[in-house]
Design a protein around this ligand. Structure first.
Ligand code: NAP
Length: 321
């Protein structure tokens, strides 16, 4: 008995109702693979760290970092001094700036350090402009809008005002005042710090909303600067939890210190700007958490956020915050 012949169609023809889902599936797979490759390249194959930020350094260059006597801001100041920048550091207290300067001098014997003493809550645009005018003679090429207020919010009038002032109003006015100086540099950079809380963190309502402001402010500015061909790069930085002056409680494993966070951010700026990104998540740990969070259904995600805030709001050593 001979083997029966199989008659295969010369062309594989799939009905339309199965072609469309197949095409959507392929596009989704390609997107996912692209995301994984991008993640690996950004976090694990970013070998240019030694030369990071060189394109913004023009012989003698200064960086202004707001909120930089402690925390992530001080981490930025340290890393910029290491890379040969002069820094303008900022706090409400002259005493804290003196202490921070002494610590910067331990990194390099004669760093150029200038001080901006200003309360980011209680300022008028004119007074801020006048204070910043004291640096008009300095070749500014980096601005880090770091200062913000990260605490749980109550709905007191002062809390709402403070969240909006420190997280939104201050950065907008500092940027407005410094943009002309940044545009004079051959190439310059603005980094704006937002927070993963911009998605809407319970018990941090005004903070979350103000970080939403920081996000759209930064996106719009980046797009406008590109559209007019300005020599100013602008990038939004999205931190998750970082050990810092304010955030000094026990944190989950993998939480970066303020110094490490500032270093990894500056080391990744060139890649993110070069690839035309509007924002970056410099910590691999944060990027993974945010990626997983984005895949969760809202009910599960909300439970995770509530758990995180409850741990944060728990009195420390029996004391209230
Ligand atoms: N740490 C985190 O877990 C975390 C998470 C997400 C996002 N972020 C973002 O990262 C950035 C830095 O956060 P951080 O945790 O490093 O903050 P931080 O530890 O609270 O920063 C401390 C610095 O801010 C200054 N500062 C505080 N209040 C001020 C005011 N009213 N006017 C002027 N300066 C003031 C402090 O100086 P004086 O007190 O001496 O004035 C000090 O130099 C913020 O944009 C924050 O939203 C942080």
């Amino acid at each position: 008995m001979g083997i029966p012949h199989l008659h295969l169609p010369s062309k594989l023809e799939l009905p339309i109702y199965s072609t469309i889902p197949l095409a959507i599936g392929i596009v989704a797979l390609v997107r996912a693979a692209w995301g994984v490759l991008r993640f690996i390249r950004f976090h694990l194959l970013n070998f240019n760290s030694k030369h990071a930020l060189e394109k913004y350094h023009h012989g003698r260059s200064f960086a202004l970092v707001t909120g930089s006597a402690a925390g992530i801001g001080f981490g930025f100041a340290q890393e910029l001094v290491r890379r040969g920048y002069g820094v303008i550091i900022h706090s409400r207290s002259q005493h804290k700036l003196d202490e921070a300067t002494a610590r910067l001098k331990a990194i390099r014997p004669d760093p150029s350090v200038r001080h901006l003493v200003c309360d980011a809550f209680d300022f008028t645009p004119d007074a801020l402009h006048a204070a910043l005018n004291a640096f008009a003679d300095l070749p500014l090429s980096v601005l880090v809008n770091n200062r913000a207020r990260r605490r749980h919010d109550t709905y007191s009038a002062r809390d709402v005002d403070m969240s909006v002032a420190l997280n939104a109003r201050f950065m907008a006015h500092v940027t407005r005042a410094m943009l002309p100086a940044l545009r004079r540099a051959p190439r310059s950079l603005i980094l704006n710090l937002t927070s993963a809380a911009r998605d809407g963190m319970p018990w941090s309502v005004a903070y979350s909303a103000a970080k939403g402001f920081a996000t759209s402010f930064s996106y719009a500015l980046t797009r406008e600067l590109r559209a007019v061909g300005a020599s100013v790069d602008c990038l939004l930085v999205v931190p998750g939890t970082v050990h810092s002056q304010y955030n000094n409680r026990k944190q989950p494993r993998g939480t970066p210190t303020a110094d490490a966070y500032a270093r990894m951010t500056l080391e990744r700026v060139d890649a993110a700007v070069g690839w035309g990104w509007l924002e970056m998540v410099p910590s691999m740990h944060h990027d993974l958490l945010l990626g997983v969070g984005a895949l969760l259904p809202e009910m599960v995600y909300q439970r995770a956020l509530v758990g995180q805030m409850q741990r944060y709001l728990k009195p420390k050593d029996g004391k209230k915050d």
